[in-house]
Design a protein around this ligand. Structure first.
Ligand SMILES: Cc1cc2nc3c(=O)[nH]c(=O)nc-3n(C[C@H](O)[C@H](O)[C@H](O)COP(=O)(O)OP(=O)(O)OC[C@H]3O[C@@H](n4cnc5c(N)ncnc54)[C@H](O)[C@@H]3O)c2cc1C
Length: 310
C-alpha cells in the first residue's frame, strides 16, 4: 500500500525484502521508500521521524542478510537516488550519485578513459555501499585495491536532513568497514582516477572478471564472502572453512558452496535462520580447530534491535 501517494516520496508498506537483496532472503519491511531526489529523500526522512521507527539505508543489498521476520521500520533504498549526475570534473576526478551501481560506474569510467575503479566492476553493489564497506578486491598476482584508494570526498545527509561534505581525512577506513553509514546517508561521492586508454581499462576489467569467476561461486544467490579474513593469519577464512569440512554443508536451502567455502548460497527458498545456523556451525568449528573467532563480513539485519548472531 502507498501511504504517501500525494506527497513527494511514496512510502510503501509490507514490502518483501527478498526482492531487494542479492541473497533473496528476508521478510517484509514495515515501510519502504525509494526516493529519487533530495526533496523526496527529505520527505521520507520526515515520515520516519513522525513515525519514530528505525531506519535502514539499502544499496543493492549485496552485503545484507535480512531476518525472516522482516524489518520493523523504514528501509530507504538509494538505488534510484539521482542527486546530481555523473560528472567529469576534470584532472581524473568524477562526482557520482551514491545509488549508482558499480557496473554503471565502470561503464562511465571506461567511456571517460579513466582507470582505477576496475576492481569494483563485478561487485554487485552501489557506490554508497562500496564506500561504507570499503569494498576491495585483488586478483592473484595483482595489486590489492580498496575503495579508500580512490575516494576524494563524500556528501552525507544526516537522518535529520543536514548535508555535510567529508574529505578522505574525515573517514576512518578499515578492512571492510568505515565509520560511515551509522547516522548518515551518503548521497554523492567524488573519486580520483587516472587517465588511461580504453583498451587497457577493458583488459583489466576482463582479467578481474575471469579471476572472480574462477574463485567465486556465482551460480546461486549469495551475499559474497560470509566472513572477513582474520588479520595476521596465514590462512584465509575460505581455507580454514574448507579444512573444517564446511564445503557442501546444507541447512534447509542454505548451502556452503562446494567451490568456495566462504560463500553461502541460497539454493532454493533459504531462510535467514538457515544461513545463521550454518554461520554458527562454521564459527564453532574454526574456533575449535584454529582458535580463531571469525568475524562476519555480511551484515545481519535483525527484526528486533536486541536480536544478535550467536
Ligand atoms: C557475488 C558477490 C561478490 C562480492 N564480491 C565482493 C568483493 O569482491 N569485494 C567486496 O568488498 N565485496 C564484495 N561483495 C559484497 C558487496 O557487494 C559489497 O560489500 C558492496 O560494496 C555492498 O554494496 P551495496 O550497495 O549492495 O550495499 P548494501 O548491502 O545495500 O549495504 C551495505 C551497508 O552499507 C550501508 N549503506 C549502503 N548504501 C548506503 C548509503 N548510500 N549511505 C549510507 N549507508 C549505506 C547499508 O546500510 C549497510 O550497512 C560481493 C557480494 C556478492 C553478492
Amino acid at each position: 500500500m502507498n501511504l504517501q501517494a500525494s506527497l513527494k516520496a511514496p512510502i510503501y508498506t509490507d514490502v518483501s525484502l527478498k526482492l531487494y537483496t542479492t541473497f533473496k532472503i528476508g521478510g517484509c519491511s514495515k515501510y519502504f521508500a525509494e526516493p529519487r531526489t533530495r526533496s523526496e529523500l527529505l520527505s521520507a526522512l520526515e515520515f520516519r521521524e513522525e513515525r519514530g521507527v528505525p531506519l535502514l539505508i539499502l544499496g543493492r543489498g549485496s552485503n545484507l542478510l535480512f531476518s525472516d521476520a522482516g524489518y520493523p521500520g523504514l528501509v530507504l533504498s538509494t538505488r534510484k537516488l539521482e542527486i546530481g549526475q555523473m560528472t567529469n570534473l576534470g584532472r581524473g576526478r568524477i562526482r557520482v550519485p551514491a545509488g549508482l551501481g558499480l557496473i554503471r560506474l565502470n561503464l562511465y569510467c571506461k567511456d571517460q578513459g579513466l582507470s582505477g575503479a576496475e576492481f569494483l566492476c563485478h561487485i554487485p553493489g552501489t557506490v554508497g555501499g562500496a564506500v561504507v564497506m570499503n569494498a576491495g578486491f585483488r586478483r592473484r598476482g595483482a595489486l590489492w585495491h580498496e575503495m579508500k584508494d580512490i575516494i576524494e570526498s563524500v556528501t552525507v545527509m544526516s537522518f535529520g536532513g543536514t548535508l555535510r561534505e567529508l574529505t578522505h581525512r574525515d573517514i576512518r577506513f578499515d578492512y571492510r568497514k568505515t565509520n560511515l553509514g551509522g547516522e548518515d546517508i551518503i548521497t554523492e561521492v567524488t573519486l580520483h582516477l587516472e587517465s588511461a586508454e580504453r583498451q587497457k581499462i577493458d583488459d583489466e576489467i576482463k582479467a578481474n572478471f575471469s579471476y572472480r569467476n574462477s574463485v567465486q561461486d556465482l551460480r546461486y544467490p549469495s551475499a559474497g564472502s560470509v566472513f572477513k579474513n582474520p588479520v595476521g593469519s596465514s590462512l584465509t577464512s575460505g581455507q580454514m572453512l574448507e579444512r573444517v569440512r564446511m564445503k557442501g554443508m546444507r541447512v534447509g536451502d542454505a548451502m556452503v558452496s562446494t567451490k568456495h567455502a566462504n560463500f553461502i548460497l541460497n539454493v532454493g527458498q533459504a531462510k535467514s535462520s538457515d544461513v545463521l545456523e550454518l554461520m554458527s556451525i562454521a564459527k564453532k568449528r574454526v574456533l575449535e580447530q584454529f582458535g580463531i573467532e571469525l568475524e562476519p563480513e555480511i551484515r545481519y539485519v535483525p527484526s528486533e534491535i536486541d536480536e544478535t548472531v550467536n
